[in-house]
Design a protein around this ligand. Structure first.
Ligand SMILES: N[C@@H](CCC(=O)N[C@@H](CS)C(=O)NCC(=O)O)C(=O)O
Length: 117
């Protein structure tokens, strides 16, 4: 019996390779965007949140803001992801930066823009 080197596939191997290479640029772009996405957990009244947003905006950094007061479940998510209860909590991709003080320190040390480059 001849070995079937396409075992388990419905199409010849070359077709899958072609599809994978066509999708690769999109997948890489998506991965890069997700890695660099800045997420801030905030509340409406928090001055540290305002400071963090101003700092990021002054650097031209796009951010995703999650208001933990207005969005059910998000306070719990923030605490789970960061281990902290104060706002803001800031992430670059999945990397936890911390609060505003931590963000400002990272920026002073030149680390923020290099994380986002
Ligand atoms: N050092 C922190 C201070 C953050 C902070 O104190 N946030 C206040 C709101 S502006 C807070 O979450 N207070 C609630 C608490 O302390 O439990 C930072 O820079 O982010």
């Amino acid at each position: 019996m001849v070995a079937n080197d396409n075992a388990g596939c419905l199409m010849p191997r070359g077709v899958w390779t072609t599809i994978a290479s066509m999708l690769a640029p999109t997948v890489n772009l998506y991965r890069r965007l997700m890695m660099n996405t800045v997420t801030l957990y905030t509340t409406d009244t928090c001055p540290y949140c305002r400071n963090a947003k101003s700092l990021l905006a002054s650097k031209g950094v796009a951010m995703q803001e999650i208001n933990v007061q207005r969005t059910p479940g998000k306070l719990e998510e923030m605490i789970e992801r960061s281990g902290r209860r104060t706002v803001p909590q800031i992430f670059v991709g999945d990397i936890h930066i911390g609060g505003f003080d931590d963000l400002a320190k990272l920026d002073r040390q030149g680390g923020l823009m290099s994380m986002l480059a």
